[in-house]
Write a protein that binds this ligand. Sequence first.
Ligand SMILES: Nc1ncnc2c1ncn2[C@@H]1O[C@H](COP(=O)(O)OP(=O)(O)OP(=O)(O)O)[C@@H](O)[C@H]1O
Ligand code: SF4
Ligand SMILES: [Mg+2]
Length: 329
Amino acid sequence: MNAPLLDVRDAEIVFTARRGGVTRHIQAVSGASISVARGQTVGLVGESGSGKSTLGAAAIGLQALDGGEVLFDGTPMPAEGSPAWRTLRRRVQVIFQDPFSALNPRQTIGQSLAEPLRLHSMGPRRSWPDRIAELLELVGLNPEMARQYPGTLSGGQRQRVCIARALAVEPDLIVCDEITSALDVSTQAQIVALIADIQKRMGVALLFISHDLGLVRAIADRTAVMYLGRIMEAGPAGEVFETPRHPYTRALLGAAPIPDPVLEARRERIPLRGEIPDPADPPSGCRFRTRCPHAREECAKRTPLPEPAGGAIVACHFWREITGTEDRS
Ligand SMILES: Nc1ncnc2c1ncn2[C@@H]1O[C@H](COP(=O)(O)OP(=O)(O)OP(=O)(O)O)[C@@H](O)[C@H]1O
Ligand code: SF4
Ligand SMILES: [Mg+2]
């Protein structure tokens, strides 16, 4: 087996913040592992504040780790800003939520797209206009748009430009951090269809971060579910969505409408009660225990480590009991 393209192992990320004269250590990511194979789409889901963006930033070397490691193509992620990192940054691109702030309003679309070509010396300068036209066509935009400024484009068109810009340098992996959440619903579907199509045609791997379970279900091969800095469940997307084993995954699916009518009819309706606890003072043992309908004493004492469950992994002491799986192998 080849090494995964991206392999984040036991990542720890702690932010130090001062509030009201008190120093707080925010445990944004705590022992989280996630891997993405070449050409694969991995969805990363979880409520706001669960650490998805922080983990995504670590995956592209924009966020240093306090523990664990990030391997890209089998090699440790170089320090941000180093020459090795700049080389690697061509292979790993990122697209963010807000297509309005992502483009320089004083640059034409053509200039915005030429920038990564220049930065990473992608072919001779005279080849760039053709390449830019090709990139615009690839994302379903008129090549004439290269002369326009972002101010004249819709949100969906701008996000298409951001996708074209990420593709300009022929990356192996694109981290997509909530790339549709600033867009209206019909545009969201178009952007997801576009990125899925590009993923298939170009074979690029995606780490698709979203709190929209329907979108992730539509696009991901594998899914990881994150809660308060930890991965609670991960596995093939179909398995995680159809036979969720972790109480958090089950609650998330119960809380969100699912576009698939069969799944929608089958889902459990356990509401996800309460707020995510303070990440500077997380619950002992299982971090989900303060909101888990199945929590018991044991859950406060021992931290559940991810263990194999079918084709997935689950971090819960009692998943077998909860899912009615009697087999205690
Ligand atoms: N630079 C920072 N300094 C201090 N705390 C931070 C910083 N960045 C993130 N955090 C905190 O780390 C935790 C994880 O944040 P993160 O943005 O990774 O979550 P997320 O899952 O991406 O949430 P969302 O769905 O809202 O984007 C949160 O408690 C957040 O407040
Ligand atoms: S370990 Fe306990 S608290 Fe955590 S998810 Fe499982 S049952 Fe719930
Ligand atoms: Mg985020």
